[in-house]
Write a new protein. Structure first.
Length: 210
């Protein structure tokens, strides 16, 4: 969670959670002293308390552990809402050109209405839309949901995805060259992986001479 977030913003970040359950979880975190609740007119916002901020390294360690030891993703683990929300939160605004840049994402293997997404990028902000915002599209990323997820996790490079044909990038050359620099990967992407074949569920057999 960032320094502060409104309820609807938090809800978009956990699309599988119902509004009622999210409200319950937030009330529990407030009572536990992990977050604070503020009223801003008709809007409610939340921010981390010092105790909540102290949990950051613990949460980050859990994320690193998951990337390192749970490498295999089932189909149920793939979610375009979660993926695009995380990607939009990590766009590198330092690599943005002046004006507005709109990048459309089309997932070949996802049915409507979650097939198409748009990032509306300016030097100051990034908006994520699951409907056509009506602005000219500078580039289109066409790929499978798993391919973009693997790139986001750090399991697959942008160049590898392009060479395999699993990812196609359409648009002017100048914009196509910029896209990989805009899309920063997960903070956990650099996490070292174990040797292939060794996961949290694997067993190591140790033999010893009598």
């Amino acid at each position: 969670m960032r320094a502060a977030g409104h309820f609807n913003e938090l809800r978009r970040g956990v699309p599988r959670m119902s509004p009622a359950l999210l409200s319950t979880r937030l009330r529990t975190l407030v009572r536990a002293g992990v977050i604070e609740r503020f009223e801003e007119g008709n809007r409610i916002s939340y921010s981390l308390t010092p105790a909540g901020k102290e949990l950051r390294p613990i949460v980050e360690s859990l994320g690193q552990w998951g990337i390192r030891w749970m490498p295999d993703l089932g189909d149920k683990d793939l979610d375009p809402h979660l993926l695009m929300w995380d990607i939009h939160r990590n766009v590198d605004l330092g690599a943005v050109s002046p004006g507005r840049t709109v990048v459309q994402f089309t997932f070949r293997d996802v049915s409507a209405p979650a097939r198409n997404w748009w990032l509306v990028i300016t030097p100051d902000d990034v908006d994520l839309c699951d409907f056509d915002p009506g602005h000219p599209v500078a580039a289109t990323v066409e790929t499978a949901l798993r391919t973009l997820t693997l790139f986001w996790r750090g399991d697959l490079s942008w160049a590898q995805a392009l060479r395999s044909g699993d990812l196609e990038l359409h648009g002017p050359v100048r914009v196509r060259r910029t896209i990989p620099h805009l899309l920063r990967r997960s903070a956990f992407a650099p996490t070292p992986r174990p040797p292939r074949g060794r996961t949290a569920g694997s067993q190591q057999v140790i033999s010893a001479s009598p």
